[in-house]
Design a protein around this ligand. Structure first.
Ligand code: NAD
Length: 262
């Protein structure tokens, strides 16, 4: 509604330190389906959740083989940033972005031009690999080359441990440093803007509650309702490719300075 939009514009105009939290919904316009939206991967094929569950991945070689094929065919390899990613780069230019926390693993924020120092990848990246035994890291490209050469479940070349993408699966903890940086940014902002996320995956979604408890205003841009809508000062349901570019264009309002002396 117009009233909701006016509230949202007011929040953006007066914010001084903005922490953004994005989810799969900011990348659907780049051709990467989300999980839980109407065309989501899990909405259409609920059984594929097993591919993203750590114990199933470790226990079941067939799950690993399917996961490797899914990585090779992942739309992120051919995706380009879209107007929503670019709107967040524009918002950053206003000098008020405290952090860009993302649940996405597609690196499209960085490719759009967001400052890599501000981007916090809560759930890691598709473009790296890690050995679950010795921790050795590598490039996804190299593992997929082995796949193309005929291996169906490439293992660590050092210790023969199980190899996985550097993404966070269900049942796998977030990197503690990453989570610490995200919490600091949630506690140290006056506006938390959540965009394109169902806010159902913890601990990422809880960052919204953390910011709200610390006194930040909350603005949610998502097509569907989220459990955190009651915390929000404004909720915009239009497509993010509409709402974010408009929000990024809202001029910063100069607030009166408090003076101790005249
Ligand atoms: P989700 O699938 O749970 O929720 C996405 C939300 O975005 C949905 O509520 C949907 O209605 C909304 N949405 C989709 N397109 C939109 C649009 N154009 N405008 C407005 N709203 C839109 O995604 P999530 O909350 O990020 O959680 C899913 C998990 O899956 C994340 O942890 C993430 O790591 C992973 N994931 C990542 C990608 C990616 O990297 N692009 C893609 C799919 C899943």
């Amino acid at each position: 509604t117009g009233a909701e939009w006016a509230k949202a514009a007011e929040l953006i105009a007066t914010a001084r330190r903005i922490t953004v939290l994005t989810g799969a919904g900011v990348s659907t316009d780049s051709g990467i389906p989300d999980f839980r939206g109407p065309d989501g991967v899990w909405t259409r094929q609920p059984e594929t959740q097993r591919l993203f569950t750590l114990h199933a991945y470790v226990d079941d070689p067939e799950v690993r083989r399917r996961a490797w094929r899914a990585r090779a065919e992942h739309p992120a390899w051919h995706a380009e940033p879209n107007p929503t990613h670019l709107a967040l780069v524009e918002l950053e230019r206003s000098g008020r972005l405290r952090a860009l926390l993302t649940q996405n693993i597609d690196e499209l924020h960085q490719r759009a031009g967001s400052d890599p120092g501000l981007v916090v990848e809560l759930h890691g990246s598709l473009f790296g690999t890690v050995c679950l035994t010795c921790g050795a890291r590598g490039q996804m490209r190299d593992a997929l080359r082995r796949l193309a050469e005929g291996e169906d479940d490439p293992h660590c070349e050092g210790c023969y441990g199980i190899l996985k993408s550097t993404t966070v699966s269900f049942g796998q903890p977030l990197d503690p440093d990453v989570l610490r940086r995200a919490r600091e940014a949630a506690l140290d902002c006056d506006l938390l803007l959540a965009a394109g996320t169902s806010l159902t995956v913890q601990p990422a979604a809880g960052l919204v509650g953390l910011a709200a408890q610390a006194g930040a205003a909350v603005l949610i841009c998502n097509a569907e309702p989220t459990p955190y809508d009651p915390f929000a000062s404004a909720v915009l349901r239009d497509p993010v490719a509409t709402t974010l570019p408009e929000l990024a264009r809202v001029p910063v309002r100069d607030l009166p300075r408090l003076r101790m002396t005249t």
